[in-house]
Design a protein around this ligand. Structure first.
Ligand code: SF4
Length: 159
């Protein structure tokens, strides 16, 4: 029964990611060392006004249930291993989204001695959301655009 449920979950995930129009995709957010500005906007995306859920996306508490790893902040040395642990815990297929200029490696925050390096060098980033911080509408737009088949995977510029 457990194996069957896992297979059904994988089929659902693959179908939703391949379609480019999410029906039910889960986002696991990891704050890798941000100033909380990006978290504030991310919180607003899920409020009743912006209502990210209407697009078939929602934020979940466990990486084991997640399809998209959404990272905010520059990756600090203290958070690097935790970030990789969350990524490894996610079932495949999985996507990585960088939210905000810090996650895009734009050197906005942090002492270089306390940063583990650009997120792009640690994980395969699929979706890039520039801004410091990006607005709730921009967050939703970039995630939805990044889910479309054939979406550009090129490195985004800083805002
Ligand atoms: S991108 Fe801007 S708002 Fe987001 S964590 Fe960095 S400094 Fe804060």
């Amino acid at each position: 029964m457990y194996v069957l449920l896992r297979q059904l979950a994988t089929i659902r995930r693959e179908a939703s990611l391949a379609r480019g129009r999410p029906r039910s995709l889960a986002i696991r957010h990891v704050d890798a060392g941000s100033c909380n500005g990006c978290e504030h906007e991310l919180g607003a995306v899920t409020n009743p006004f912006h209502d990210l859920q209407r697009h078939g996306l929602d934020v979940v508490a466990s990486p084991r249930h997640a399809d998209i790893l959404l990272v905010t902040g520059p990756v600090t040395t203290r958070m690097a291993e935790r970030l990789l642990t969350a990524y490894r815990a996610m079932p495949e297929p999985r996507l990585v989204a960088a939210l905000g200029d810090c996650a895009l490696g734009c050197n906005v925050l942090g002492d270089p001695a306390e940063l583990a390096g650009p997120l792009e060098d640690m994980l395969p980033v699929d979706i890039r959301i520039p801004g410091c911080p990006p607005t709730p509408d921009a967050i939703a737009e970039h995630i939805l655009a990044g889910l479309k088949p054939g979406a550009s995977r090129a490195r985004a510029r800083c805002s």
